[in-house]
Design a binder for this molecule. Structure first.
Ligand code: 2M8
Length: 438
């Protein structure tokens, strides 16, 4: 008999609690991650709004002076020297004093989370929370547009697959494999230095290798991060032929959603949004439509240097249901969602089940994830597809009730995969457990 999903989810979040913040999963993910904390705050908003607010404010202790919010804030008491050495954030004068962080970002879900949290706080606490976080979130969004969209296209450019959150999704890995390898990487690949990679990797110490990125892709991702470090993590300093520069679908869709929520929060708090920033916000929805690809019949990421479409299509396209405005295209997306390839026994897989790259157990190359399901459900609500939204909601809650709060699941069999007791799975089930009023 499965446990009560709410009690089970709260137990996972208590187990992963580290004072003010929550790690994604003890052991494999001991630090704080940007969008994980956003999802945790969304889930906790109704149950424990003060803790949810603390989750966001604690993440913002890692914010850099230029406004960048890093994708990881390191736990003080976990050594993990390999990872800290890669980033070396403390050598960068823009990093916060006394807090070790990564030097790249992740999907900007914080304003989306902050709006939900604010809705559940009592008036005084809400005012104090907004006075604290709104200026920081405005600085975060201003950094995204200033540093990552220097040409004013309306779309932010990412420089590493770790920034998109769907790390090993096939379009990113294909682009990574096409990149001319550095001398060091060529030697490492030729000598198949897998022992070295395994020593540097934390994930395969805990999980079966077939559920994670290959060692070669792991090496390529590390090499790319070291290259970006040599150029101060700055988009405008990266050599175009030796870097990845991608206008990612889900990152920019989430940015459009977050811009809407941040605008509302700023108005509530009586904080003015710089007109130049408002102008940047306004450009993003139309710019997102330029990611539509007629040949694939969906939205695809784009190489920001060459303009090439990066296929195959992934779950990222469906996040446009919550961000897009092109009625006909969004109707086509909903129809596509109901096809067998995207709606197997346990919808919605991270890539189509009939794609050549589909691998049912490997990380972001096939399994279904609760955070992406949550985003699809949000989009279906926005489109008024209430029956489909509720069906996906029920199936997601049932999957977790039956198989536990795994990091991800096989969309074919429901088998739990990756880390267990995973925070965003638990948190978003807390949110999904209560059906939405129509
Ligand atoms: C995964 O990413 C980290 C690197 O950031 C990793 O592979 O170690 C991704 O699933 C990412 O989206 C997530 O935020 C992170 C922590 O759960 O793990």
């Amino acid at each position: 008999m499965p446990e009560d999903p709410v009690a089970a989810a709260l137990a996972v979040l208590d187990r992963n609690r580290r004072g003010d913040w929550t790690c994604p999963s003890a052991g494999i993910y001991p630090h704080q991650w940007l969008w994980d904390s956003g999802f945790v705050a969304i889930g906790l908003a109704r149950h424990d709004p003060a803790r949810a607010a603390g989750e966001l404010t604690s993440l913002l202790r890692g914010q850099w002076s230029n406004g960048m919010v890093p994708h990881m804030v390191f736990a003080d008491d976990v050594h993990d020297q390999g990872s800290r050495r890669l980033w070396g954030s403390r050598r960068d004068p823009r990093s916060p004093r006394g807090v070790a962080t990564s030097c790249i970002t992740q999907p900007p879900v914080l304003a989306i989370a902050a709006r939900r949290v604010a809705d559940h706080l009592a008036a005084d606490a809400r005012a104090a929370f907004l006075a604290d976080v709104v200026p920081k979130l405005l600085a975060h969004h201003a950094w995204l547009y200033r540093d990552r969209d220097p040409r004013g296209t309306g779309l932010v450019t990412l420089i590493h697959p770790w920034e998109c959150g769907l790390d090993t999704s096939p379009p990113w890995m294909a682009a990574l494999r096409r990149l001319r390898p550095s001398v060091g990487l060529r030697v490492a690949l030729a000598l198949r230095l897998t022992r070295l990679v395994r020593a540097l990797r934390r994930d395969t110490r805990y999980l079966p290798a077939r559920e994670r990125a290959s060692n070669d892709d792991g090496l390529r991702m590390l090499d790319l991060a070291y290259r970006a470090r040599r150029h101060g993590w700055a988009l405008d300093r990266l050599p175009p032929d030796r870097s990845l520069q991608v206008q990612d679908v889900s990152f920019n869709a989430l940015l459009a959603m977050a811009n809407r929520d941040l605008t509302t929060l700023a108005a509530d708090a009586g904080i003015a949004v710089d007109p130049a920033l408002r102008h940047r916000f306004a450009a993003t929805p139309d710019a997102l439509e330029t990611l539509w690809n007629d040949e694939h019949g969906t939205y695809c990421a784009r190489d920001a240097v060459t303009g090439a479409t990066l296929g195959p299509p992934t779950i990222a396209a469906f996040t446009m249901l919550a961000a897009g405005a092109h009625d006909e295209r969004l109707r086509r997306l909903v129809a596509r969602l109901r096809t067998d390839a995207w709606w197997p026994a346990h919808p919605v897989p991270s890539i189509a089940a009939d794609a050549a790259e589909f691998d049912p157990e490997r990380y972001w190359s096939g399994p279904t994830w609760v955070n992406t399901n949550w985003l699809v459900i949000e989009g279906l609500h926005r489109r008024g597809e209430l029956a489909l939204a509720d069906e996906l909601r029920r199936r997601t809650v049932d999957l977790v009730a039956e198989h536990g709060s795994a990091e991800y699941f096989s969309a074919i069999t429901g088998t739990p995969l990756g880390a267990d007791a995973f925070s965003w799975t638990a948190a978003l089930v807390l949110d999904l457990a209560t059906p939405r009023p129509a």
